[in-house]
Ligand binder design. Structure first.
Ligand code: FES
Length: 111
């Protein structure tokens, strides 16, 4: 055990409370951390707000129709579902599970 635990954190009461840009991405606070939430085909995905390559702001990038988050700085691509770097540079984008429940939208963050 490394002492870390997963905790479900409520980020919004419902999807209308998340302010998505035209690129279907938003920045929210979860457990004191700034993270990105992306919307694709009415599903929500949570991932790090900063690119693992050189810290680009991912919410200023875009999501492709096939579910790749493209960093606006150098164009590296990450699978929105599992964080894998699909453009081949070997980086990994942290991501977290999202649950949409009647009582709100939750992200499972490791603390
Ligand atoms: S900072 Fe994101 S690809 Fe370089």
């Amino acid at each position: 055990m490394d002492g870390k635990e997963n905790r479900w954190i409520r980020i919004a009461g419902d999807i209308s409370e998340i302010h998505f840009g035209d690129n279907n991405m938003a920045v929210v606070i979860a457990g004191g951390k700034e993270i990105c939430v992306g919307k694709m085909q009415d599903a929500l995905f949570a991932f790090a707000s900063r690119c693992p390559h050189a810290g680009g702001l991912l919410h200023e990038g875009c999501i492709t129709g096939s579910g790749e988050v493209i960093c606006p700085v150098h164009g590296y691509k990450f699978n929105i579902r599992n964080g894998y770097n699909v453009s081949g540079e070997g980086y990994y984008l942290r991501h977290w599970a999202v649950a949409v429940k009647p009582e709100g939208i939750f992200v499972c963050i490791e603390e």
